[in-house]
Write a protein that binds this ligand. Structure first.
Ligand SMILES: Nc1ncnc2c1ncn2[C@@H]1O[C@H](COP(=O)(O)OS(=O)(=O)O)[C@@H](OP(=O)(O)O)[C@H]1O
Length: 409
């Protein structure tokens, strides 16, 4: 090749390279849903710079909500997510719920384990919050320490909204398909009361406990009464158009469905995508699949639909359910079970002693406030869903349920 030809060739190579740099779309967070102006590299870099300027960046975590530090000197904040300078490892585990089920305490206890490095914040909200999700995977990983260079050391987070938010399970299954998930189910009545007291104190719920309950029940009843099969459109679009009811019937493992639901759902309904108008149970499933009811103080205590949605995306072996009350009664015993599930050694005596200095996330129940709640009435309301849940976890719920460990079969 002559020197002139070399110059022409070099010019072409440079032009192609420049064009690639300027026009290559950023896969960014891999979500496929940030089709905005940030898709062109130059603009995206600008957005990143803004993003960094908006966030606190440090390697020295100054937050102290995690109580006393663990062996690494780690503190974590519950909500305040400071960023590390560099991306860390993806989480190996997540505490996914339930809201008011003791998730703060559980995450705090786990953070004391010598083989666990906590995230910058317990609740990253990454998979459930559109604005956080849009920040991308690099942002998410900067909330975690780098653990994959040290064998046996893992990290994780704890966002209790994940279990009930369909979008979260879909995104998590795409991002960390091999992670393990821990959920603590609290007696639905006690969860409701804790929710009411906490939100009432923050003026997010005004009025009495039973006043609020009646209001939510009336709205749910109206949904059930007004059910029209012809209007039964897919609600949970994240589930490819499946409703919670559809999902319940297409349980992850068909043999498990037949066995666990044990006649509670008539075979004739197997392929039914709409409810018979006389079938209150079916209509209730449908209504709890609608965001308004799913997110309400009663909806958050309805665990069966939440669990079944997760089981559509993850094998049971990746999920450990404990009962909050069982954890409160025996914290070391329960946490050792969680350690076993995560493939870690048991907690040492020193680590267990440090549990007592962990924030439990209590709202310090005002006696008067919780006394306005009528437990028998609430218990009756949650009974149908508890019964369905019993069929799935094969134990009386909440009375004789302590844990569900399908991974130990
Ligand atoms: N060890 C122990 N014993 C008894 N109760 C305990 C314990 N650890 C956590 N808790 C109770 O769990 C409730 C807070 O749950 P969460 O941390 O999941 O709340 S949140 O969803 O993060 O807001 C909150 O419940 P309420 O006090 O009823 O509001 C905590 O008191």
């Amino acid at each position: 090749m002559t020197s002139g030809e070399w110059v022409v060739l070099a010019g072409i190579v440079i032009a192609v390279a420049l064009g690639t740099v300027l026009l290559t779309p950023i896969s960014g967070n891999g979500s496929g849903d940030n089709g905005d102006a940030g898709d062109v590299r130059g603009v995206s870099i600008m957005l990143d710079a803004q993003l960094v300027a908006d966030e606190h960046v440090d390697d020295e975590d100054t937050s102290v909500e995690g109580g006393t530090p663990n062996v690494y000197g780690d503190h974590f904040s519950t909500y305040h997510c400071r960023l590390n300078k560099r991306p860390g490892s993806l989480p190996s585990f997540m505490v996914i719920g339930v809201h008011k089920g003791g998730s703060t305490a559980l995450y705090g206890y786990l953070a004391k384990h010598g083989h666990i490095r906590p995230a910058k914040c317990k609740e990253t909200l990454f998979f459930e919050s559109q604005s956080r999700w849009k920040k991308g995977l690099d942002y998410y990983q900067r909330l975690f320490p780098k653990t994959n260079s040290t064998p046996g050391i893992i990290t994780g987070e704890g966002t209790p909204g994940y279990i009930r938010r369909p979008v979260a399970v879909v995104r998590i299954s795409e991002t960390v398909p091999h992670a393990k998930f821990i959920v603590s189910f609290r007696d639905p009545v006690e969860r409701f009361i804790s929710h009411f007291v906490g939100f009432n104190k923050k003026n997010r719920i005004i009025g009495t406990c039973m006043g609020h309950f009646s209001e939510l029940r009336e709205k749910l009843d109206a949904c059930v009464d007004n059910y029209k099969p012809e209007e039964h459109v897919p609600i949970l679009t994240d589930l490819n158009g499946e409703t919670a009811w559809d999902a319940l019937q297409r349980f992850a493992d068909p043999s498990m469905l037949a066995e666990t639901l044990n006649g509670k759902i008539a075979p004739s309904r197997a392929n039914q995508s709409t409810c018979n108008v006389h079938d209150a149970q079916c209509k209730r499933r449908y209504c709890f699949g609608i965001k308004e009811h799913m997110e309400s103080a009663i909806g958050r205590s309805v665990y069966v639909d939440q669990l079944v949605r997760w089981l559509r995306f993850f094998p049971p072996d990746q999920i450990l359910i404990i009962q909050s009350e069982a954890m409160y009664k025996d914290v070391p015993g329960t946490l050792n079970l969680v350690a076993q599930f995560l493939g870690l050694r048991p907690f040492t005596d020193d680590e267990i002693v440090s549990f007592s200095r962990t924030n439990t996330g209590s709202n310090h129940h005002g006696m008067q406030l919780s006394e306005t709640c009528d437990r028998p009435t609430l218990g009756q309301f949650f009974a149908p869903e508890n019964e369905l849940l019993e069929a799935v976890v094969k134990a009386q719920f909440p009375d004789a349920f302590a844990r569900w460990m399908p991974w130990q079969r």
